[in-house]
Design a binder for this molecule. Structure first.
Ligand code: NI
Length: 208
């Protein structure tokens, strides 16, 4: 029962986000990655993405400007996620692999929405399970709340009834940010490796 409620909550969150995304990206934004115009302001002036100040898995302080000039492929999740996060991270790594040399222009970034458990050391162990290129970012609860707000990421702690530990409900979109730090594409959860690689390749080629 609780599991059903949890999935309903996630489904609702995704539906709300999808509905909202459709409002300003158009229907294609939900079913496909979409090329964004410069600025990408919504009718209401809402923007996706922005500045952040976090700590990487080596303990180094970073900001969004750290990777200016390269593309950022950003995913929000948490290391104890049982299903969606590992799948999405694997998709990112495989998509980069299929990009070949072009992959050097893209920095894959995993930002935790569970900073309480995902310490720098914990992130270091986690990201290397996937790929040496993967950057893991954490921060204070306030810093994570700020970056999640900037990227319109929903997340919430959920503790199953008979459990001593909590889970995190969260939206699972992938954000492709251009060399200038602005949003270039948004990918829905479950985007295939091929679809992701092709969409990224098209944007890299168009920009070069
Ligand atoms: Ni997850």
């Amino acid at each position: 029962m609780l599991l059903i409620l949890r999935w309903l909550a996630i489904g609702l969150a995704v539906a709300v986000f999808a509905g909202w995304a459709m409002l300003w990206l158009g229907p294609a934004g939900v079913t496909h990655a979409i090329r964004s115009a410069a600025g990408l302001a919504t009718p209401g002036g809402v923007q996706v993405g922005g500045s952040f100040s976090l700590i990487d898995q080596t303990g180094k302080a970073v900001t969004d400007a750290t990777w200016r000039g390269r593309w950022m492929l950003i995913y929000f999740g948490y290391t104890t996620c049982p299903d969606v996060c590992p799948t999405e991270l694997q998709t990112i790594v495989e998509a980069l692999d299929s990009l070949g040399r072009q992959a050097a222009q893209v920095v894959p970034i995993f930002i935790t929405i569970d900073p309480e458990r995902d310490t720098q050391a914990h992130l270091a162990d986690y990201v290397k399970l996937f790929d040496d290129r993967l950057v893991g970012l954490t921060g204070t609860a306030q810093q994570i709340a700020a970056v999640a707000r900037a990227y319109r990421v929903y997340y919430a702690k959920v503790t199953p009834k008979d459990s001593a530990t909590y889970l995190m409900d969260h939206t699972s979109f992938l954000y492709l940010m251009g060399p200038d730090g602005t949003l270039r594409a948004l990918f829905r959860p479950g985007t295939s490796v091929q679809e992701l690689a092709e969409a990224i390749r098209a944007r890299l080629s168009a920009a070069s």
